[in-house]
Design a binder for this molecule. Structure first.
Ligand code: SPQ
Length: 429
């Protein structure tokens, strides 16, 4: 357990390249593993979650070489995956668990998935139920809702699935199973979740049909190896976008950040709150839009964040709560019940830890209400093993009077191993 102390800074200035996108890094490896031929990945995120994905596919017999941000995957097609002799350990990663279940559902062998204490509490029935309906045999604790889970894949058939939640992991798991199932598989969701799976499957040569909130694929499709360039992770950039907006005397440029509209809700929020921000050098990289974002210290106004915007910024809500403490008036976050089933219950952890630093914040059934502006003070907080809570607390520490001591800060390596180095690089000395 690592305790990290963060102190108030005089300003943040300069430019950084945030690490590769976590969602896209996972998918690049997974799709490379089921594709035919050698896939190479550039800009891969060497965070613990994505390393768990690599380790699981190695256990499935795929030859993978990873050195920092470069990965080489020797794919032998769907049939190249072999029955693992060991348990597949997904670590802390919900994306690994749910997308792997979709892939394993059609493989004619037995495998067992296990993860850490946080994964053991995250609901999997949202994926295991539809995959069973397609014909996969899946068992596990609480009737297949919690890890450890065992899968015996086999001959599956396409279904139409109406998801109750806007979840890219649910959508992706079912579509991946659909690629090796009989007939058509389609998924409809209540609001559009991140669409990296759809974009990347197309890049790997798969035909994906999109019609509003419904996506469908035909069974029997093979993937062809690719060279994938991973954009910077907007969810990691979000911590420094917020930091630069709230720390006095700051001006920060974040280079090569992914601007996929299904992920860029944080930019809409900063604009609506009145942040002084500019986006330059916009271009497409591997089917994903990217750009450089420059942001300076800003006067901010509280706003309401709700509805279809929520899936576009779901992982940014912990740091948006920090932002809201420095905005004039009230910020209301609604329709965000999904926060309760992330690495922690992020409504509870954000509210409890920010309250310890003096924030005026209260939990609601589906979100939180924050009254600004408040001057935060130092104190002892915990990440509770949740990388995004750990980083949100560190950003709060940059403006707090007195030190913020973050317990279990090692969790940050799940998605942003160079986080504290980047703070040190930007900090006014
Ligand atoms: O992979 P994991 O643990 O689920 O990670 C998180 C995160 O904060 O990094 C969520 F806790 O991101 C999810 C995200 O919330 C990553 C993801 C994806 O890559 O498909 C989709 C979102 O989850 P969901 O449940 O809405 O599909």
């Amino acid at each position: 357990m690592t305790l990290k102390t963060v102190k108030k800074v005089a300003g943040l200035n300069g430019a950084i390249k945030v690490p590769g996108d976590k969602s896209i890094s996972h998918r690049a490896v997974m799709f490379g593993a089921i594709a035919n031929g050698t896939t190479t990945v550039e800009g891969f995120l060497p965070g613990e979650d994505c390393l768990s994905t690599i380790s699981c596919f190695k256990k499935l017999g795929v030859h993978i070489e990873q050195a920092g941000e470069k990965v080489k995957i020797e794919g032998k097609g769907w049939d190249g995956l072999e029955e693992p002799s060991e348990i597949l350990d997904v670590g802390n990663s919900g994306t690994t668990t749910r997308l792997m279940l979709g892939i394993l559902a059609t493989r004619p062998f037995h495998s067992v998935l296990i993860g850490d204490d946080s994964i053991a509490k995250r609901p999997m029935a949202r994926v295991t139920d539809p995959l069973r309906e397609m014909g996969a045999e899946i068992d596990g604790r609480n009737e297949g809702n919690f890890t450890p889970l065992s899968v015996r894949g086999g001959s599956t058939k396409g279904i139409h699935f109406q998801s109750k939640v806007a979840s890219a992991q649910v959508k992706s798991a079912i579509l991946l199973a659909g690629l090796q199932s009989e007939g058509t598989t389609s998924v409809s969701e209540p609001a559009l979740s991140r669409d990296h799976t759809e974009r990347m499957l197309e890049a790997y040569g798969v035909t994906v049909k999109r019609d509003g909130l419904t996506v469908s694929v035909e069974g029997g499709q093979a993937l062809t190896a690719q060279h994938i360039v991973v954009p910077g992770d907007v969810s990691s950039a979000a911590f420094f976008l917020v930091a630069a907006a709230i720390v006095p005397n700051s001006r920060v440029t974040l280079e090569g950040v992914g601007l996929n509209p299904t992920r860029s809700g944080i930019i809409d929020v900063l604009e609506k709150m009145g942040a002084s921000m500019e986006i330059r050098n916009e271009k497409m990289v591997g089917g994903e839009p990217i750009g450089d974002i420059t942001i300076s210290t800003s006067e901010l106004q509280g706003i309401e964040i709700s509805g279809d915007l929520i899936p576009r910024l779901i992982d940014e809500i912990p740091v948006i709560a920090v932002l809201a403490t420095q905005a004039k008036g009230k910020t209301v976050i609604k329709d965000a019940e999904e926060l309760k089933v992330k690495e922690t219950n992020r409504i509870d952890t954000v509210v409890s830890e920010l309250s310890k630093l003096g924030a005026n914040i209260k939990a609601t059934e589906d979100g939180m209400i924050i009254e600004g502006m408040t001057s935060l003070h130092g104190g002892a907080v915990s990440s509770y093993g949740d990388h995004r809570i750990g980083m949100a607390m560190a950003i709060a520490g940059l403006i707090s009077e007195g030190e913020v001591a973050i317990e279990r800060s090692e969790a940050i390596a799940v998605s942003y191993p160079s986080f504290f180095e980047h703070i040190a690089k930007l900090e006014n000395k």
